[in-house]
Design a protein around this ligand. Structure first.
Ligand code: SF4
Length: 454
């Protein structure tokens, strides 16, 4: 152990999967004797754990690095380290073009982060970027950055799906699962720390277990994690539509602790575009899986994402997507404008490219269509009573407390605003929905014992 002198601040960008890596890095650094602090301006070492999924994420990462580089010129900071997907993808460019950066560390190399910090503090510029093959486990030290009542568990790393627009398989390596026992042991540890909601993540959670058990095993994993005492909600994100098995749906329907919430990225609804995206399945397969979920879990909330402006997406194919949204009426939808990522097959598609302006127009139109659906669905919830996990006072005003029901995943979906009471964060309360907005709801906390529903 080192004396607790040098301080490290870690800025985590991107998705929940990246956040788990940041939390493991914080655990490793603490174990090595460094003191983690929240404010970069007071830190000896700043680490930026980056995302590079699409152009926008890369721009955000570069802007953040540039901003924090200022701390090296004028503040206390002695070293700036870039980790994560951007580092994996552009290690040499970053070191060549940004002299303020002292080290780049790839997605599979962050177990060596304490050594890297030691080296850069000794004035040695470092590049540690190998093949991305690391996978953390229950023994990895981890310091949560989420509130104690909610925690993510990464059940697998990497991806082998090779959607034609996506760089993730190159940045994160092939899909590899953790063992059931490892995930359960981590869930037990998180439960002991007070977690009330556990969220299982991976690039493709429905592929879980195929590599190590020879068959999709998410259903079994969910059953095992449900046995862990403590957490009341168990949520799974990023399911691949054609890998959803009847067994998985049955487990989700029957286990009371599993959130009746499905995150099912569909990406498009035109079969030619789906093929060009190298997605498995057709729009009818998507209809089928949505119908199976709805038949087995009548109250299910289904979330999806779509990409508009993929090469070859004519106006007619875009209309197919819009009609699909109107037909299946999903509860939550995110729409992204296609961004060509160098090194991907889609970036090499020359024909049928869609202008940036047109992509944005289509994105906005699809979101407007969904906004109306979302509002109608929210209005249908008025008068119903839900178990709500309280998150604390609203960021906008101290007069209002916010929370989420099973139907709202943290950070991605809307919130339920409560004005009549202010229970402490991490508590569950029965809340009757009183009013509905496009994405958020307003509710009234009920005295304990009142209310039915979900
Ligand atoms: S499923 Fe497709 S889009 Fe998702 S990470 Fe894997 S390759 Fe990328």
């Amino acid at each position: 152990m080192r004396p607790m002198s040098e301080t490290v601040a870690l800025v985590s960008l991107g998705c929940a999967k990246n956040l788990v890596d940041s939390e493991v890095m914080a655990g490793l650094l603490t174990r090595a004797g460094y003191r983690m602090i929240p404010s970069p301006e007071d830190a000896d070492v700043i680490i930026v754990n980056t995302c590079a999924f699409i152009d926008e994420a890369q721009e955000e990462a570069v802007d953040t690095i540039l901003e924090l580089a200022g701390e090296k010129r004028s503040g206390r900071c002695r070293a700036l380290i870039v980790t994560g997907c951007l580092a994996q993808r552009f290690a040499s460019d970053l070191l060549a073009e940004m002299p303020e950066i002292d080290a780049v560390v790839g997605t599979g190399d962050f177990p060596g982060i304490a050594d890297v910090v030691r080296r850069v503090l000794a004035g040695k510029r470092t590049k540690l970027v190998g093949a991305p093959c690391y996978l953390y486990d229950e023994k990895s030290p981890r310091i949560l950055s989420t509130p104690s009542y909610v925690a993510y568990i990464k059940i697998a790393e990497g991806c082998s799906n090779r959607c034609s627009y996506c760089v993730i398989p190159d940045l994160r390596g092939p899909f590899r699962s953790r063992r059931v026992e490892s995930v359960v042991a981590e869930a037990e540890r998180l439960a002991r720390g007070g977690a009330k909601e556990l969220i299982l993540v991976a690039q493709d959670t429905t592929r879980y277990g195929e590599d190590i058990y020879g068959r999709p095993s998410l259903a079994r994993l969910l059953q095992e994690v449900c046995r862990v005492d403590g957490p009341r909600w168990l949520r799974t994100l990023y399911m691949y539509p054609t890998r959803v098995t009847d067994e998985l749906i049955a487990v989700m329907a029957s286990e009371p602790r599993i959130c009746k919430y499905v995150d099912l990225p569909l990406q498009h609804a035109d079969d030619d575009i789906l093929r060009a995206m190298n997605r498995r399945g057709t729009s009818d397969d998507a209809r089928d899986v949505i119908a199976r979920f709805r038949a087995a879990i009548p109250d299910v909330t289904i979330r999806s994402t779509f990409i508009v402006g993929f090469p070859g997406e004519t106006e007619e194919k875009f209309r197919t997507l819009v009609e699909f949204l109107k037909e299946v009426r999903l509860d939550r939808v995110g729409v992204f404008a296609y961004s060509p990522e160098s090194g991907t097959p889609a970036a090499r598609m020359r024909r049928g490219r869609v202008s940036a302006r047109e992509k944005e127009r289509r994105r906005r139109e699809a979101m407007e269509v969904q906004r109306d659906i979302s509002r109608e669905k929210n209005e249908a919830r008025v008068g119903r009573v839900y178990d709500v996990l309280i998150e604390g006072r609203s960021e906008e005003t101290e007069l209002v407390t916010v929370g989420r029901s099973q139907a709202e995943a943290p950070e991605i979906d809307g919130l339920i605003y409560i004005g009549n009471e202010h229970p402490p964060p991490g508590e569950f309360r029965r809340v009757r929905i009183a009013d509905a907005g496009d994405y958020d709801l307003v509710g009234e906390a009920l005295p304990s014992g009142e209310g039915g529903d979900a």
